[in-house]
Design a protein. Sequence first.
Length: 516
Amino acid sequence: MYVEEEYLSYMTQTDDRLEEQQVIPADKTPRLRFAPSPTGFQHIGGFRTALFSWLYARHTGGAFVVRVEDTDTARTIEGAVEFLLDGFKWLGMDYDEGPLVGGPFGPYYQTQRRALYQQYAHQLIESGHAYRCYCTPERLDQMRKEQIAQKLPPRYDHRCRFLSAEERAANDAVGISWTVRFAMPLDGDTVVHDELHGDIVFKNADIDDRIILKSDGLPTYHLAHIVDDHLMEITHLLRAEEWISSAPTHIQIWRALGWRPPLIYHVPDVLGKDKKKLSKRHNAPSWKTFQQQGFLPEAVFNYLALIGWSFDDKTEIFTREELIHAFSLERIGVSGGIYDAEKLAWMNGIYIRKLTLEEFTHRTLPYMERPAAEGGLPDSIARPLDFDYTSRVLDLEQERLRTLGEAAPAVSFFYMDEEYDTTLLIQKGMDAEKTRAALLRVRDVLASLETWDHEVMEPPVRALIPELGLKAGQLLGSIRAAVSGRPHTPPLFTMMETLGRERVMQRIDQAIARLV
RNA sequence: GCCUCGUUCGUCUAGUGGCCCAGGACGCCGCCCUUUCAAGGCGGAGAUCACGAGUUCGACUCUCGUACGAGGUACCA
């Protein structure tokens, strides 16, 4: 009875408190969070959004919090949290509070905060802002179907909102299970003030009474994140734009609890080529995919920051520190951006070329030494690889690679003789006989050399070009094929120097033998 | 269907009333360098700023409408 009166007064409440809606944390250190739900393996879209929060926290000296939203216990996937945390580590995104490290506002798993949500759900019931709903999933389903059939917007029909105290008591006495729904005002508007999109106005009548506490006693996202963001003193809420439509409910819950929401930023999605939000359907890559392919985390980090954010009209390559310094929330855009694998690959190449040879070698070695089935060198090549030799090999390849994973197939012939088609030896305008004769001369010249150095060997070999009446490409192409078994390689003479006298002479002999 | 967000070269974007008959980057094409492949340098093609009205001396920039795209419409987040 009294409760009903409260509903009545509440449901006609209109929005006249816009100015006090958001808190302006002028003197407060920013606190931002990333709140993944462990129902799947986070792809780069999620990491991009997390990155924005991380960058702002680091930019301001604030805190970056990780909170696990594991309230959907039926769909929780083993290992999802570890996968995410490993990804953060790989990308160099440390966090101040969260799983493993704890913190002053823990616990950071929502399933461990159950009592808290129940307490606030009850508070909302007491204050008349929420109510127990006894409707079965079957009835809800049925109702939804009918509404859709009649071309009506599917919405809860408020049946349990106006139950009398007696009816409620009767239901409870029989032990019917219940959920808690938030009682949305029945008229008026709710304004969501978004820092990126401006004021977004919703008609309260269009908005459903959403379930905030499930029958298993765990909260849904709508209640959970509000309680947590408040208790954890989050100042800036960055989340995917898919949340815009439930934001009015959130605004009302904040208000009903007597709390002020943080500054809200609905950030643009990362899209697939079909312009739809990136998802498993797109085969959306995860940090692990990038790692396996040999992308450098610093390149991925840089690239990710540029989807939905820009610094100016020209700067694209940023070190981690530069990015932290340059980042600002105001320059986050509003429209979704398609993930472009080509551009990432280009950027990765830039980062590869910036590495010192030693560092490049250290980082590439593991990719070459992994089993052939995983993209490494053929298993017949003995591990571990010799560091100095590999370093000299990679020196020739550094400016040719876009990913570290490309190294093994590009340089395997430095470690073993490989099969190749004899026709590869015979250049345009040549035949087997002429090629053989040329190679014979090359062998003699090379054999007479005292030192094995590309600067020493190049002049006499080149002198053979006019002597044999060939074009440079014809002679050098044949030598290249003989020595590497490939049409494309690093520059011939430096390559031969690295390959070593013994291997080169042997391969030239073999080539000559094949040409009889 | 309903609600909401979005819309500048193929893609990422710059642009907050005149600096823009729109700038940068990836990709593409050409030239240079060069024994090949790259890298690098130089140059080019590529956007009637989704469309239509309006405001204004003047609009990519402001307003409205339309179209298209996307997100939401769960006891998922």
